[in-house]
Design a protein around this ligand. Structure first.
Ligand SMILES: Cc1cc2nc3c(=O)[nH]c(=O)nc-3n(C[C@H](O)[C@H](O)[C@H](O)COP(=O)(O)O)c2cc1C
Length: 167
């Protein structure tokens, strides 16, 4: 049985929520990682993923500029990196210079991969759609990578950006 509830109450049931880190280069050629929970697979053939980025974020500029981005699935040991990339703006700091996070060059696009992630997906920008206060970017996956070691994915497990793994 269902009881009508405020949106702000009902949405608290969403956890665990997956976490990704999207990375696009800015005009200066600096790769800018941003942590995102609002993301989904949107096509199987060809493979595509979507990310929702708040209009005020620097990542809007970087993705529009480079027209491509990486989507990394961070591993459970990457909580600190996810919180850093998800609390600083690339407008103010060079996040990858300030936070020690190993990267590898992407193969098919001008971006980087996160070496310790569970998987990385190289995307070319397929389309963008306005959705309220966010822009939904759809990326076509042109190259995929999986970690050579077994790793667990990172999730948001509770309110206030409480990050952890899920069994
Ligand atoms: C766990 C977590 C999930 C987040 N999810 C989103 C999201 O889905 N969309 C979004 O726009 N910002 C999200 N954020 C906030 C951005 O990552 C954050 O504001 C970031 O500093 C923006 O960086 P930028 O200005 O370099 O783009 C999230 C942050 C964290 C820690």
């Amino acid at each position: 049985m269902q009881k009508q509830a405020e949106y702000t109450e009902a949405i608290k049931t969403k956890y665990p929520e997956q976490v990704v880190i999207a990375i696009a280069k800015d005009k200066a050629g600096r790769a800018n990682p941003v942590t995102l929970g609002w993301t989904m697979i949107v096509s199987g053939a060809p493979p595509m993923m979507a990310i929702a980025v708040a209009k005020k974020h620097y990542s809007i500029e970087t993705i529009r500029h480079s027209k491509c981005f990486t989507i990394a699935f961070p591993s459970s040991g990457m909580a600190e990196a996810a919180l850093f990339f998800g609390s600083r703006s690339g407008r103010d700091v060079d996040k990858l210079a300030e936070f020690d996070c190993k990267t590898e060059p992407a193969e098919a696009i001008d971006s980087v991969l996160l070496a310790d992630a569970v998987a990385n997906f190289e995307c070319t920008l397929e389309s963008e759609t306005e959705a309220g206060d966010h822009i939904i970017f759809v990326g076509r996956i042109v190259c995929s990578h999986a970690n050579t070691e077994p790793k667990k994915r990172l999730y948001t497990v509770g309110p206030g950006h409480k990050l952890g793994s899920v069994s």
